[in-house]
Design a protein around this ligand. Structure first.
Ligand code: SPD
Length: 342
């Protein structure tokens, strides 16, 4: 498969600008499909889309890194052949993982990002004028370097004096750091079997590392896997319950991310009650605290993302599984990568 990828390799793009609002423009750029990307989401379910160019292929100590130009989603970042984010809709994922927690916090000044090497999560955090310091801790220097040079929309975030970029295992970094944070964000890879990340979704990690590193009133928010009608029992309900067993207050929410072929889930957790933030108050906080425009979240959308459907709510309410190193659950899936269209 790697040979096939090499066969279609084209030179690196210099036009890395993201225009996520303008899907029509993205589609115009894609004039010739030469490959299909295929990812197995379930044993009998595959996600396939056309790719017109391979813009980059590389390999780090931890994973393969590819950037491709796709028909439906514009530029798509693949790590180990699995879709991570897409130009057309990455704003849904990144606004959702960042803004609810920062808006619920009374005055977020210090933020720690676990993962987030792409830079988009830091980009969104920096929109909050109260934030003085963002530590972005990713384990993979190559991914960070690659995204810094290719995802030009995040260039400002990478060069901001408010951002401290650390290449390290997030657990080790948090343990060794003698400081606390107002918000900790888990922009982590999905928990897949054999992957490096699943221990960052466990009860012991939340209880002994995260809680110790949150200031009073601090909030943890983590991405928590697919939260669709058919997929929320894979890991979402377990991560939710694990946080419910660790923190006094927990808020799950979800939004549809088209390139993920599913509804995606996040969970916020804190030992201090979340304030009642209605539509009007959310819009007020966005206007008062955020510099720059949000494209997905506003008061109405935040309320919608918090309103999980009856089916998922019922599972979450009855979930008893606690995520530990010995009882970890994983998201199914591997990628068979890029295939010639013939
Ligand atoms: N930055 C990490 C985001 C992980 C999201 N995974 C999405 C997978 C969709 N198949």
């Amino acid at each position: 498969m790697r040979e096939l990828v090499q066969l279609f390799l084209v030179q690196n793009t210099s036009d890395g600008t993201f225009h996520h609002q303008d899907i029509a423009k993205i589609k115009q750029r894609v004039n010739k499909r030469c490959l299909w990307f295929e990812e197995e989401l379930e044993p009998d379910l595959r996600w396939v889309f056309g790719v017109s160019k391979i813009l980059h292929t590389g390999e780090s100590e931890f994973q393969t890194i590819e950037l491709v130009e796709s028909g439906p989603f514009g530029k798509v970042l693949l790590l180990d052949g699995k879709l991570q984010s897409a130009e057309a809709d990455e704003f849904v994922y990144h606004e959702s993982i960042v803004h609810p927690a920062l808006l619920y916090h009374s005055n977020p000044k210090k933020v720690f990002i676990m993962g987030g090497g792409e830079g988009s999560t830091a980009r969104e955090v920096l929109k909050h004028s109260s934030v003085k310091k963002v530590v972005m801790c990713d384990i993979d220097q190559e991914v960070v370097d690659f995204c810094r040079s290719n995802l030009t929309e995040n260039a400002e975030a990478f060069s901001s004096t408010r951002v401290e970029l650390v290449i390290n295992d997030a657990r080790v970094e948090l343990e060794n750091r003698n400081e606390k944070f107002d918000v900790i964000i888990g922009d982590l890879n999905d928990p897949v079997e054999g992957g490096p990340c699943f221990t960052l979704y466990t009860h012991s990690f939340y209880m002994h590392i995260i809680k110790a590193k949150l200031n009073v009133g601090g909030i943890l928010v983590t991405q928590a896997g697919p939260a669709g009608i058919l997929s929320h029992t894979e890991v979402y309900s377990s991560i939710y319950n694990t946080l419910r067993q660790t923190f006094k207050y927990v808020l799950p929410y979800a939004a549809h991310v088209p390139s993920y072929a599913d509804t995606w889930g996040w969970v916020m957790a804190s030992d201090q009650a979340f304030p009642t933030v209605n539509i009007k108050e959310t819009d007020y906080r966005i206007q008062k605290r955020i510099q720059g425009e949000l494209h997905f979240l506003d008061g109405q959308t935040l309320c919608a993302t918090l309103a999980l459907n009856k089916h998922v709510r019922k599972t979450l309410a009855g979930e008893t599984h606690v995520y530990t190193e010995d009882s970890a659950r994983f998201i199914h899936g591997y990628s068979s990568g890029l295939k010639n269209q013939n």
